[in-house]
Design a protein around this ligand. Structure first.
Ligand SMILES: CC(=O)N[C@H](C=O)[C@@H](O)[C@H](O)[C@H](O)COP(=O)(O)O
Length: 228
């Protein structure tokens, strides 16, 4: 993908659709490349229009295996910054080389290795679509001003305090009202959440844990039963 027309055609395939994040629990029994590929094949076979995949080797393997657009990310725990999702330019280069047509990165307003504009420029230099994972409307506005093609609610609630358990549909609605291409991501745990996200103005919806992390879903059930 090298031009605006192809980017727009690729995005068009995601409009109003479900994207499934296939990121197994780290270190768990499903945390294997072949299982991520199998999950990708299972959900796309069932109708998922796109995928979100972590790790360069996994992005390459999934891009070879399926025909839907892949959002590629790299996660890294760094000593000097809370930014974890695709923190470096080298990550962008590797994800582009692996074949991801969309590259997502942390675009929060925290101590960061590099300015958001530099990340977007690098993604565009590879002819890829830049997806900014944000936690607030201000971050979404700043990312869009820096040239991001998509803003996503991925990090809402994850910059401080306890991890959220519901999608931030107010943020989705605010970003959509600003006129951005918004992906609702983070704690979309039910089909009703997904439908509500589209109703709030999302362009597309990502669901992850609810589909591809059975350990988390099991915990939700156990908690509801007051068991274990
Ligand atoms: C905060 C963070 O690091 N989010 C990550 C981003 O890639 C993933 O761990 C999430 O699973 C993904 O965003 C999908 O969200 P959920 O699994 O809640 O449907």
């Amino acid at each position: 993908m090298t031009d605006a027309a192809s980017a727009s055609a690729l995005l068009g395939r995601l409009r109003g659709r479900l994207i499934v994040s296939c990121q197994p629990v780290v270190g768990g029994p499903l945390d294997r490349d072949e299982i991520v590929v199998a999950l990708a094949e299972a959900v796309t076979g069932a109708g998922a229009a796109g995928l979100r995949i972590e790790g360069v080797a996994r992005v390459a393997a999934v891009c070879r295996a399926v025909a839907v657009p892949v959002i590629g990310i790299v996660k890294a725990d760094l000593p000097d910054t809370p930014v974890r999702i695709t923190p470096h330019l080298a990550d962008i280069d590797a994800l582009a080389e692996a074949g991801a047509p969309i590259i997502a990165f942390d675009a929060t307003d925290r101590a960061r290795p590099l300015p958001v504009a530099e990340m977007v420029a690098r993604i565009h230099r590879h002819g890829r679509i830049a997806m900014a994972d944000v936690s607030t409307r201000a971050e979404g506005r700043a990312a869009a001003a820096a040239g991001a093609d998509i803003v996503a609610s991925t990090l809402a609630g994850y910059v401080a305090g306890p991890a959220p358990t519901e999608p931030d549909l107010a943020l989705v609605a605010d970003l959509a009202a600003d006129g951005f291409t918004v992906i609702a991501e983070g704690n979309v745990r039910t089909p009703e959440h997904a439908a509500s996200a589209l109703a709030a103005g999302a362009f597309a919806v990502v669901a992850g844990s609810a589909i591809t992390r059975p350990e988390h879903v099991t915990r939700w059930f156990l908690d509801a039963l007051g068991a274990g």
